[in-house]
Write a protein that binds this ligand. Sequence first.
Ligand code: TXA
Ligand code: MG
Length: 320
Amino acid sequence: MNTLHTTSPGEAAAFIRRGQTCAFPTETVYGLGADAFCEAAVQAIFEAKGRPADNPLIVHVADADQVARVARRVPDAARRLMERFFPGPLTLVLPRHPDLPLAVTAGLDTVGVRQPRHPVTQAFLAACGTPVAAPSANRSGRPSPTSWQAVLADLDGRIPCLLQGGRTEAGLESTVVDATSNAPVVLRAGVVTLEQLRAVCPAARFADDEDDADHELPPRSPGTRYRHYAPQARVRLVDGPDEAPPDDGPAAYIGLTPPARPDAFRRVQVCADEAAYARELFHFFRASDAAGCAVIYAERVSPRGLGRALMDRLQRAAAG
Ligand code: TXA
Ligand code: MG
């Protein structure tokens, strides 16, 4: 199949309205969308990505009215989180509306809902006129795409349309929060930090914190079970550039601390802060692969704030 490229949200939305898939930019990463109420189109997402059928999709909405089409009920805490973080990089897991196909939620009785804030995404979703189910637009297991070129590298010829935008602003995925009860639980760390969630819901916590091991915990997001975010190169986590042996074959380094001998690496990315590290990480993984690097050294960060999401992605990539 030919993949049509367009910069027109309306032209891209026509594919969704016709029951086809279309990749599109958001402020986190690019997504691969389909009409959430069209089962055949939702199925095509799983096929294009090679995604396991037991991993649910996030439904993207244009406005609050669409939330009511996909979620049966919005608990109080969820409503407060929506008021503060919608539109934005937060996904709320809510009770599934009975009309929403089970293919979207992988058979779960809950649905992840997100209202993106990127203006191009908003124009696209408004033109679709229907909630859009969309995972990240990468082949399963690969780093999420943060540019349209990265989408094509994985999915060219496998999807009918790509809505082109620029590099994504955040570079990491949304925070996924189980908001089915009034004590929200973070299932996947992401761009919205636990500290920010607690400013609205003080009871918010991570699903996998050991302090909380005595609580009855809901399972983590199904997707977090799989190998993820991995470039072809081996990823090794280091406490700083000094720990990266400079003569270990073609190597790359990314982190906050500048290496003493940058010329020892084929690619180097020194990030000004954690937000820049997050924005560059997946892009750097793909660029290092393209440059033929055999190993990528990535500096650890403190697992607080955005650092928690960064460490989650780094650890998963290193486990690959
Ligand atoms: O930023 C993002 O979240 C991007 C953009 C495109 O919105 N999307 C994204 O989708 O990262 P995906 O499919 O790559 O990751 C979604 C995660 C998976 O770990 C999935 O298991 C989890 O959210 N998830 C979706 N629905 C869920 C549900 N009902 N219950 C628990 N986890 C859910
Ligand atoms: Mg993904």
